[in-house]
Write a protein that binds this ligand. Sequence first.
Ligand code: DAH
Length: 386
Amino acid sequence: MADSDELRGRLAALETELVHIPSLDPRGLEAAEVRLLGRKQGALTEILKLLPGLPPDQRRTVGGEANRLKQVLEAAVVARKAELAQAATAAAARGLDLTMPGRLRHGGGVHPVTTVVEEIVAIFHGLGFARAGGPEAETEWYNFGALNFPPDHPAMDLHDTLYLDIPDRRGPAERRRNRSSGVASDFERRDLSDRREREQGRWLLRTHTSPVQIRVLQQEPPPVRVVIPGWVYRKDTFDASHAPVFAQIEGLAVDEGITFVDLKATLSHFAREFFGARTSVRFRPSFFPFTEPSAEMDVSCGVCGGKGCPACKGTGWMEILGAGMVHPTVLANCGVDPERYTGFAFGMGPGRIALNRYGIPDIRLLYEGDMRFLQQFGLRAPGELA
Ligand code: DAH
């Protein structure tokens, strides 16, 4: 025997659902229609099925309330459907499809090599060094000759340097057109610049950022203080410790009265800023064609504090950069008077520094773009909301 009070309670509960209907989305509305009004198991259908079990007078009043609620609910569903259909039509007219799933946002992050480059540039910025840049396709003159490499230097060897095969871009029609003209034609002008290019030697992908020292000194007279981050190329097989393309940061300071003391003080300050105040540095004599004297700088190993560990191969030191006093011939090659000006230069590999700092065992991880690696530095995979 059904209980009229219980059925009234269930009707009252259903009535509260009315307020939600005007804000349902298409999928929610469809679900609500099935749940409330469905012919088989809809909540209202269930109540109507129980009516015959009530005494006749109660059956009439409860039945009347149930039917009224049924009509109200049906009307609300129909009204919401019409509203949604209208919104969809309006959106479609503006080229929108409201049923398409939303786009996932890709969260960005900064690559570890970029982080290291920006920190290094910022430290030198604080010391008055500006940021400079230069082309990745260079001539033999800029990459080697102007930097005082002897003409037969092994670095110029095909095994180390990637040479560019730059084709003659002039078409046959252009050559013919220019041949008979009286004035200096584009063709002749281009011939002149071709000759200049021949004097510059072959085209290549720069093997270091040092050629930008030449370009900077040619463009502005001293005093000059610049740091030059950039990509460099070498004909190396991609393995755990070599990449055919990698990042370098070059530094150059040229002014009156610059000495090796400025070099040591500047680079020691940099090391303590970047690696921490307790870092020790040491300079070892070295050789580069474009500096004299030349040195390499080591910093105490950040992993073991200098005691010796696998990261520093037991030595307690990590080699960080090459440096030296700019060779007088290099200054003269740029039109700078070596009697009046002196300078120091340095070059380092931020990729190697990133490997050390983050304990990354293989340089390929830096350049392969594997999301599983990059996510550890703040890059998020598609689907993860930022
Ligand atoms: N260009 C050198 C290299 O690629 C690095 C270097 C060493 C740059 C000493 C310098 C320097 O400016 O003074 O290995």
